[in-house]
Structures are given as C-alpha cells and as structure tokens.
Design a protein around this ligand. Structure first.
Ligand code: SF4
Length: 344
C-alpha cells in the first residue's frame, strides 16, 4: 500500500487558538468550573479529552450557573448570546476564530449600509446561526441554487453575498455563479470568506486524490470542513471515507496494493492521523509519502478577554505564547500522547 499523506491537514490556526484558550483556562483556574458553549471545535476526541479534564459543554446559556466562566466556541455566537451571557454575569471568553469574526464584521457593515445580505452556507451550522444573528433582518441564507427563486429581494442593486468559512470551494462556486446570473449587480465580499485552511486542505485533496484509489479523512461527522474534504475527493471520482479514528477503518475498503490518500479536517488532532497511518502500515504494509502542497504558518493571538484574565491572575500572556513545536505541547496538555509519523 502507498499512503500519500496530505500537507496541509488537520489543525488550523483557529482551532489551535480555540483549544489553547480552554487549555489556558484549565491551567489558570484550577478547580473552578469551566463551561464551553457548543463543542469548542467540531471534533469528538477534542471534546471528550476536555470533558475528561472537567470541562462542561452546554447548548444553552441558561445551563451555565450565574457568575461562572464560559468560553464561546471557534464557530462564533450571535449578539443575543453575548447579551444573555452578560445578563447572567458570566466571565465570557470569546474563542471565535478571527476569520469567522471577519465575516461577522462584514455582515454588520453591509447591513448598516442598507444592503440585503445573501449568506451562502448551511442554515443550521453554528457559524451561520451566529453570523445571521448579527443582522437578522438583512440576512437570508442560501444553501443551494434552488433557494434563489424563493429569496425576498427589495432592490437587486443593493445586494451582497457572504459565505460560511468552511464551504466546499467547488459548491460555493456553483452557488455564487447562480447568484451572479440571477442578480448581475450583486456585490462580492472584499476578499474570500472561505478561509485559508479550508481552501488549502481542499486544494491538497483535489491535487493528490487523482493519484489514489481511496481517500481517508480523519474528522467528525459534524465537522463541515472534514465532510467537504470527502466530497472533493468524491468529485474527482475517488471514494472517500470520513472516520473519527482508526477504530472505524473497514477492511472491505481495500483489496490490496492501493494508493491511499490520508488527510484530516481542520479540527482533527494529529495523533489520530498518526494512529491511522501506523495501523495501515501494520495491516497492509507499504510506505508513507508526505505530499507538501502548501506550507502554512498562520497563528492567531489569544483573545483579549483571556489575556486580561491572565494578567489579573499574574500570568503574562505574551511570555506564555512562546511556542515550541506547538502541536506536541497542546496534545500533551489535553491528554493525548503525541505520536510521530515515520514518513519516508
Ligand atoms: S477552519 Fe478556518 S474559519 Fe474555521 S477555525 Fe479554522 S481557520 Fe478559522
């Protein structure tokens, strides 16, 4: 078996930052209850590892005791949620990815300028729910081209589209083309809202998959960007399977002698990729080839609210941010054993 290991894969800067936020709070406030609104990132293992360290994940702000510390997940929240947290006197730490915040800011700005906003994305995804909450009267969600005839448009010359950050670039392109056909004067966002991590991971799959017989994507079923990676592979005719970890691997997917693409969604820890590769080698033999398609060096700062809390408790956030091999440190901190892939 040939294993083509895609690079980039796995954790993006936003996920690193969000996990770091929870990790820092556990260190900063030992023994104090810590709550996270929704899954901090959409990955079963990340959530379970934090639960084992005492973190409570809630789906309603009302479930957080008054005065407690609450983290908003990487996907962002609506102003109504932020207001409710304030009214409950919570110490709210916002781990929203800055690239999601960028879309919120665009929505606020265009709504103030009197634009109607067509938000391309999945209506029930937490990111879309949060963005929509910034300007509910101005925003309509478009999930597919078939939604376009049902839109309520006051002035086709005062329209803009924005997108969810983790869409398939292929699918978004189809929907955006349909929007432009229906509304030729629709305005584009200043820069693509689909984030660098989504774009790069999809481009890597698009490039490598045609050489492969099957693709394996490590990620959870509710991770939008992970699901999109399987779709990109399927779009080029290569069957793809989304698995949380090596335990979901099925021998029926292999006949022998395959070339296998291995990648991971932006919220999937690297130790799970390593575990998958090791099992493939043990069961089927073969070699790993790392395919570098893009190198990423993005890194996001800790949120200002957390930095303030750290200073109040005598910790200098800037000193602490010096990272050495950042994934390995994070993995150890949230309870995983970092593994090294013996790439050839
Ligand atoms: S996938 Fe993109 S938008 Fe989402 S957390 Fe990562 S960098 Fe941010």
């Amino acid at each position: 078996m040939r294993i083509l290991l895609a690079n980039p894969r796995g954790f993006c800067a936003g996920v690193h930052m969000a996990i770091d936020v929870v990790d820092q709070l556990l260190t900063l406030c030992p023994g104090e209850p810590l709550y996270v609104f929704h899954e901090i990132v959409h990955n079963k293992h990340v959530v379970q590892r934090f639960e084992r360290r005492g973190v409570s994940f809630v789906e309603a702000i009302e479930d957080v005791p008054e005065g407690a510390t609450l983290v908003f997940s990487a996907h962002g929240v609506s102003p109504a949620v932020r207001d409710l947290a304030r009214r409950r006197n919570l110490t709210a730490i916002d781990a929203t990815c800055p690239l999601v915040t960028k879309v919120h800011m665009e929505a606020i700005r265009y709504a103030k300028q009197g634009f109607q906003i067509l938000l391309v994305g999945h209506a029930d995804h937490q990111e879309v729910v949060g963005t929509r909450g910034e300007a509910p009267d101005a925003i309509q969600v478009v999930e597919r081209p078939e939604d376009i005839p049902g839109l309520r448009i006051a002035d086709p010359n005062k329209l803009v589209y924005l997108t969810q950050t983790t869409l398939s670039t292929d699918d978004a392109g189809v929907i955006i083309a349909a929007l432009k056909r229906a509304f030729p004067n629709i305005k584009e966002p200043p820069s693509s809202d689909i984030c660098y991590a989504t774009t790069n991971r999809q481009a890597a799959v698009r490039q490598i998959a045609p050489e492969c017989d099957v693709a394996l994507v490590i990620g959870s079923k509710n991770s939008s960007n992970s699901v999109r990676l399987t779709e990109i592979s399927q779009n080029v005719g290569v069957p793809a399977y989304l698995i949380d970890d090596v335990g979901e691997l099925q021998s029926a997917w292999f006949k022998g002698g395959e070339t296998v693409l291995v990648t991971a969604g932006a919220s999937a820890p690297e130790d799970l990729v390593a575990g998958l590769c090791r099992t493939l080698i043990e069961r089927y033999g073969g070699t790993i080839e790392v395919r570098d398609v893009f190198n990423e060096d993005e890194e996001f700062n800790l949120p200002a609210t957390l930095k303030r809390l750290m200073r109040e408790r005598g910790v200098d956030p800037d000193v602490r941010r010096i990272r050495v091999g950042h994934y390995e440190i994070t993995a150890e901190r949230y309870g995983a054993t970092p593994l090294t892939i013996g790439a050839t």
